[in-house]
Write a protein that binds this ligand. Structure first.
Ligand SMILES: [Zn+2]
Length: 56
């Protein structure tokens, strides 16, 4: 399942938008670290979660 992921660095505030893969609840992006060498402090947001849901 391909998804779009938004990552925000909690250290420097840099934002990244990546395409990733979701597999059994785990998200893989290949993203390793921010420009500021931060590797752990991120806010991760999955985009398009509501796609495919329709209310009639
Ligand atoms: Zn950063």
């Amino acid at each position: 399942m391909r998804i779009k992921i938004k990552i925000r660095c909690k250290q420097c505030g840099e934002r990244f938008t990546l395409r990733g893969k979701k597999d059994r609840g785990r998200i893989e992006t290949g993203f390793k670290q921010c420009l500021c060498d931060n590797r752990d402090q991120f806010e991760i947001e999955e985009e398009g979660m509501a796609t495919g849901i329709q209310l009639n």
